[in-house]
Write a protein that binds this ligand. Structure first.
Ligand code: ADP
Ligand code: MG
Length: 257
């Protein structure tokens, strides 16, 4: 549907863990090209929602539609191939690799070994060419995030904020349309936070869509055009940040826990 301006739709999602209903019939949409915030008190179901969208968990019921395609229950590599990625903490072994090595591994990591091999041409010359292209894009992306001077540094030696930039840089190398960021500002110092936010806005200008879980209300209020509030596994409210902030049910949910 060409009039459909939403890029992501979550429909009546349910996810249970044993006796716990982590997501209890949540439905929402994310408009293409926006920075949308997903907020709610601890335990509201935000991370589980991210996990169900990106195939880390399979929802018990409901649907996820991305870019017009139902992706419910697909594995994370397939979801990434579709153009929807989330940032992950740098995996355990990666701190012992350099920033550039982390970048070179990113597409293989996120898109999956089989996908990587399936796009790997047989001819040796083409392998070399593809490697060269990836290296070039890796450098460009590091330059964009102003961490190219750290290319030869071990990822394990980066500050919390620099790691967040690297995570975002790695996610971008998979050629996504939309990025899900779970607490991107956690552990980031104020000056780097400002930088990270300005990069996110630049990427938005380039056409990327963002859905972010963030505890920092200033970030949500000043940088998101739309906010979705979850509480007890359901969508409690949504709308413009200012309206959501003054919503009494929302205030009560935060106070009541
Ligand atoms: P939020 O990210 O909003 O803080 P979560 O999605 O992490 O909330 O958690 C929602 C609920 O689901 C919580 O009650 C949490 O304890 C539970 N939960 C989340 N993941 C699991 C899991 N893997 N196993 C069991 N319970 C889980
Ligand atoms: Mg969480």
């Amino acid at each position: 549907d060409p009039t459909d301006t939403s890029i992501l739709r979550v429909e009546n999602m349910i996810k249970r863990f044993g006796g716990i209903t982590a997501i209890d019939g949540a439905s929402f949409e994310v408009e293409r090209g926006t920075i949308t915030g997903l907020i709610g008190p601890n335990g509201a179901g935000k991370s589980t929602t991210f996990n169900c969208i990106t195939g880390v968990h399979e929802p018990d019921d409901g649907a996820v539609v991305f870019d017009g395609t139902e992706i419910t229950g697909r594995d994370p590599h397939q979801v990434a191939n579709q153009g929807l990625v989330r940032t992950f903490q740098i995996a355990r072994e990666l701190p012992e690799m350099t920033v550039l090595e982390n970048m070179m591994l990113a597409p293989k990591d996120q898109l999956g070994e089989s996908m990587w091999h399936s796009v790997m041409p047989i001819a040796r010359q083409e392998v070399v060419e593809q490697e060269r292209e990836l290296r070039e894009r890796a450098w460009e992306t590091l330059e964009f995030f102003e961490i190219d001077h750290l290319a030869e540094e071990y990822a394990g030696n980066l500050s919390g904020g620099q790691r967040k930039l690297l995570e975002l840089a790695r996610a971008l190398l998979t050629d996504p349309e939309m990025l899900l960021l779970d607490e991107p500002m956690a552990g980031v110092n104020p000056s780097l936070e400002k930088k990270l936010l300005s990069h996110i806005h630049e990427l938005q200008d380039q056409g990327y869509t963002f859905l972010l879980v963030e505890h920092d209300m200033d970030v949500i209020m000043n940088h998101c055009e739309h906010v979705i509030v979850m509480h007890q596994g359901q969508v409690l409210a949504e709308g413009e940040p200012a309206a959501v902030k003054d919503n009494e049910e929302v205030i009560e949910a935060y106070l009541g826990g």
